[in-house]
Design a protein around this ligand. Structure first.
Ligand SMILES: [Zn+2]
Length: 442
């Protein structure tokens, strides 16, 4: 481990090199935005429209990484969707660090500029698709490596950059997980996803809630609308006449609200405020297959999106929700005989890295040093992240992972995405400090 004086001298030289090459990093960001690397499986994207974009953007990034002295490797688990790995070898014996940034973006939306892939600078803000989420991270990672290379500051551990595909659709099996399984494991990872905002720069996050997207379909039985009195009033034929799926859907909705209210007490995590975990009904659709009011609708479908705490698994949550709704349904004669159908569509596991671990301490002190220079208060401890990230998939392999980056989460996935270009060299300063503190004998 270098002495603290050696470390301070190295940081002075690194900061100078970062400042010298900051405009090159901005040029890299403009070039990367210029390659449409929309996730081809993003909802609303025409099949085939963006095939190969991720690979082309990673090819371009690879040229820059080689120029900064990295060796590069391609991991292509899904043909046409190539991940890029940059490696800077350490002198030996130290812990390795991975910097992870996804190269895919969401689909373009109509914003204030005609061409979403032509980055436009207005004052300090650089607009363009993928600037915040998260090509500014690629620019910052390159700048960090370039500074290490030009100053020849030695690290004993290896430094990796994992520029991955498929993040926006949680296709980690062809992205981050594929890279790790191809032999590019690391001892810790930092993911510079957008965590800066006007109020707080470079939030360092060690945890994020899990989520699950699911739907449930409540069955009914169609008949003429005018028979409603016979179906619902005492003395009528009841279910033999007809069953309005909307009535049954509200029964199920109420049961789900009861579960959500229980969760306010039963699902707790010290890093989240009470009641943080929710079961959000997002879509309700009921009819007889086409919209027609003079019928009893015979189906009602809810789409729900729920969040759950670190420590619970997706499988546990699925069982818990189904058991609760099945128990409620068992008390209703119609639903007891006509089961509700669940469809579990997509889940993102929670993220959690011990906030008191050595890696968290190293990254927090790097973050604080840079944030305080920018006028943002120091943090006592890492915070929860408002969004999911590939951190979950490093942790799934036992690798501690933290999220902290230059972009602004409030404009990610927005029509007019932008990044404050001054935050790119700041992120690079945070990354070199983390690398210097971590990639030493340990
Ligand atoms: Zn992202």
């Amino acid at each position: 481990m270098p002495s603290s004086k050696e470390n301070r001298d190295a940081l002075v030289r690194l900061d100078k090199a970062i400042a010298e090459h900051a405009s090159d990093a901005e040029r890299l960001l403009v070039d990367l935005v210029g390659v449409p690397s929309v996730n081809p499986l993003q909802p609303g994207v025409a099949v085939g429209k963006y095939n190969g974009g991720e690979s082309r953007a990673n090819e371009l990034f690879g040229e820059w990484l080689r120029d900064a002295g990295m060796e590069t490797h391609v991991v292509e688990a899904d043909p046409g969707r190539a991940n890029l790995v940059g490696v800077r070898r350490g002198s030996g014996g130290g812990r390795s660090l991975g910097i992870n940034a996804h190269i895919d973006t969401v689909a373009p939306q109509q914003g204030r500029f005609e061409d979403p892939w032509k980055a436009e600078r207005v004052g300090n803000l650089l607009y363009g698709l993928g600037t915040t989420d998260m090509k500014a991270a690629h620019a910052a990672a390159w700048l960090a490596v370039k500074a290490l290379n030009t100053t020849d500051v030695g690290l004993t551990g290896d430094l990796h950059i994992h520029s991955v595909v498929g993040e926006e659709t949680m296709s980690h099996g062809i992205g981050t997980t594929a890279v790790l399984e191809a032999g590019f494991g690391v001892d810790a990872a930092i993911i510079p996803e957008p965590t800066s905002s006007d109020d707080e720069l470079f939030r360092l996050a060690n945890t994020a809630a899990g989520n699950y997207l699911f739907s449930l379909t409540v069955p009914g039985k169609s008949t003429h609308w005018a028979s409603r009195n016979l179906a619902i009033r005492a003395g009528g034929g009841g279910d033999t006449v007809g069953v309005n799926a909307i009535d049954k859907a509200f029964y199920v909705y109420t049961a789900m609200r009861q579960l959500e209210d229980q969760w306010a007490f039963s699902k707790r995590h010290p890093q989240f405020p009470p009641g943080a975990f929710i079961i959000h009904p997002g879509v309700l659709h009921a009819d007889i297959g086409f919209p027609a009011a003079p019928y009893f609708p015979d189906r009602a479908r809810f789409d729900y999106l729920l969040s759950f705490p670190p420590g619970d698994t997706s499988e546990q949550i699925r069982t818990e929700v189904e058991s609760h709704i099945h128990a409620a349904a068992a008390l209703d004669p119609w639903l007891a005989e006509h089961p509700i159908e669940f469809e579990w569509i997509d889940t993102w596991p929670p993220a959690y890295t011990d906030p008191t671990s050595e890696f968290a301490r190293v990254a927090l002190s790097a973050r604080n040093e840079v944030a305080v220079d920018l006028g943002t208060p120091a943090l006592d401890t890492p915070q929860p992240n408002g969004a999911q990230s590939d951190a979950s998939f490093y942790e799934a392999q036992g690798i501690p992972a933290l999220v902290c980056g230059p972009g602004n989460l409030l404009v990610a996935h927005a029509a007019d995405e932008y990044v404050d270009v001054d935050l790119i060299p700041a992120a690079a300063r945070m990354l070199v400090r983390t690398a210097l503190g971590w990639c030493s004998e340990g």
